[in-house]
Design a protein around this ligand. Structure first.
Ligand code: ZN
Length: 501
């Protein structure tokens, strides 16, 4: 045991506790907190953020981390301790370049910006959000400039924050491949998808029955209600406090069957990741999922690869029909499967099908890149947004609420985050291609036994928390780093079989 590491430990515990409290506030703001709480809560969040900042950025922690990074000390640490030292040293180097007062002001700004954005969206008024967004963009650019390596761009620095080592150079190639394969495929699929009858999905589905069925789905995929809870929020999301407290939310629409069902499978996929982190890692700086891209790979694997397959529904479709007999008794499983995969270009990302989804991400990626390179201004965002939707999806959002204001991300300062969604899809397809060597996925699904699938993911991904990055996990599992080929091949095969054969 390293004595030096033991001296560091109380500092780590303090920082972890403060960050955990902030996470809990984040959860509360989205689920239960009253509307009027925001102004005061933002101040508390500002104070806690400043404390969390100081728990890491101080002379004692700095000198301990420096000493622990020396080869002799470092080699004597366990692998987990080494990962913690590496991660915190990186965070510290980044954070200490940002002046404490600016960091605090930014935390307060983003704590308030969520409700400003929500109001602007409700009123369909981009100009009400634009001044706040300008401030957020300016902070993000300043922070990236303080912390980035000289050879990379501001946007690259933001991307690196989200997915270590995946910069615009890699993403340009990645997205080019997707455009090349998906756009022509989408055209073919959309041409025949008009005939797919999906009216059943928009009948009346009582909310209490939806809640009950979603709870069943969560348990069916392996969500553990003794270590997790489910609440409601405007947009479904997952919050992780530690591996014995993982929380998901959902939203319910009476006239849409799919929305809540696939949201719960999606968030359930995120939750399984966090619930599967090794006990030795939880409550430490490396105790959460390793990156947003890998996180999305887990949620999308459950939602799309498993959840939208015929094998998944075979054992439980009758239960679904019995839950809503009026709407579904005449709908055959095959029609339901064609319905839940139907590709239709639409204006809203979160409602998008699997095939149009990556195009929504490409649009955001291109816009963020232009914004950070000063090629466009915040005021021009609505126009550029609408032009891109016309270009890639052939549709015009009917207003800004449905267009540029649809996503919450920018109000939280999350630039460089959207690509994680597409990366997640690609990682899911790559994992799926190799998982067959060890697990008969189709058979597991048809037998209604999803545990071998979860165990495989737990063993190869979940248990490691963030001690390995995305490409390290992929290389260990599949022998190669991220490769978009698997993703476009998966989409081509799936959609050809469903609609084009
Ligand atoms: Zn997600």
């Amino acid at each position: 045991m390293s004595e030096l590491f033991e001296t560091l430990r109380p500092h780590l515990e303090r920082r972890f506790a403060l960050e955990n409290a902030l996470t809990l506030y984040g959860w509360d703001n989205e689920t239960l907190a009253p509307k009027e709480a925001m102004e005061n809560t933002a101040k508390i969040i500002g104070t806690l953020s400043a404390e969390a900042y100081r728990a890491l950025v101080n002379d004692e922690v700095r000198s301990l981390l420096e000493a622990l990074s020396m080869p002799k000390e470092f080699d004597a640490l366990t692998i987990m301790e080494q990962c913690i030292v590496k991660k915190l040293s990186k965070n510290l180097k980044r954070l200490e370049k940002i002046p404490a007062d600016e960091f605090r002001a930014f935390s307060e700004l983003t704590a308030k910006a969520g409700s400003i954005w929500a109001k602007a969206k409700e009123d369909n008024d981009f100009s009400a959000f634009a001044p706040t967004l300008k401030e957020i963009v300016s902070y993000q650019k300043k922070f990236a400039a303080y912390t980035k390596k000289p050879e990379i761009s501001l946007y690259d620095a933001m991307l690196d924050e989200n997915e270590e080592g995946i910069l615009t150079r890699e993403l340009d190639i990645f997205f080019e491949k997707i455009k090349e394969d998906v756009i022509p495929l989408l055209k073919k699929v959309v041409a025949v998808n008009d005939t797919v009858d999906k009216e059943y999905n928009y009948q009346k589905f009582p909310i209490d029955k939806q809640k009950e069925f979603c709870r069943f789905l969560a348990e069916y995929i392996g969500f553990d209600f003794a270590r997790g809870v489910m609440a409601e929020s405007a947009h479904p999301f997952t919050t992780n406090l530690h591996n014995h407290d993982v929380r998901i939310t959902n939203h319910f629409h009476e006239n849409n069957l799919e929305s809540a069902m696939f949201s719960v499978i999606h968030e359930g996929g995120h939750a399984l990741y966090e619930l599967g982190v090794d006990d030795a890692l939880t409550l430490t700086a490396v105790g959460g999922g390793t990156s947003m891209g890998v996180h999305e790979s887990q949620s999308r694997f459950y939602e799309n690869v498993l959840g939208r397959s015929e094998a998944f529904w075979k054992p439980i479709y009758e239960k679904l029909q019995n839950t809503y007999p009026e709407a579904l008794s005449d709908i055959e499983l095959s029609q339901f499967i064609r319905g839940i995969n139907k590709a239709e270009p639409g204006p809203v990302r979160t409602e998008a099908d699997e095939l149009t989804y990556p195009l929504h991400i490409i649009i955001r990626y291109e816009i963020e890149k232009m914004l950070m390179e000063d090629l466009i201004s915040v005021d021009e965002l609505p126009r550029v947004w609408n032009e891109k939707y016309e270009e890639y999806l052939g549709i015009a959002p009917k207003n800004d609420a449905e267009g540029v204001l649809q996503d919450v991300h920018w109000s939280g300062g999350a630039f460089g985050y959207f690509p994680s969604y597409a990366i997640g899809n690609a990682v899911a397809a790559q994992i799926y291609a190799y998982m067959h060597n060890e697990v008969n996925v189709k058979e597991c699904l048809e037998n209604g036994n999803l545990m071998p699938i979860r165990e495989y993911l737990r063993e190869h991904i979940h248990c490691f928390g963030s001690t390995k990055n995305m490409n390290e996990l992929l290389i260990a599992m599949t022998g190669e780093p991220l490769n978009a080929e698997y993703y476009t091949k998966y989409l081509t095969e799936k959609y050809t079989k469903l609609y084009l054969e």
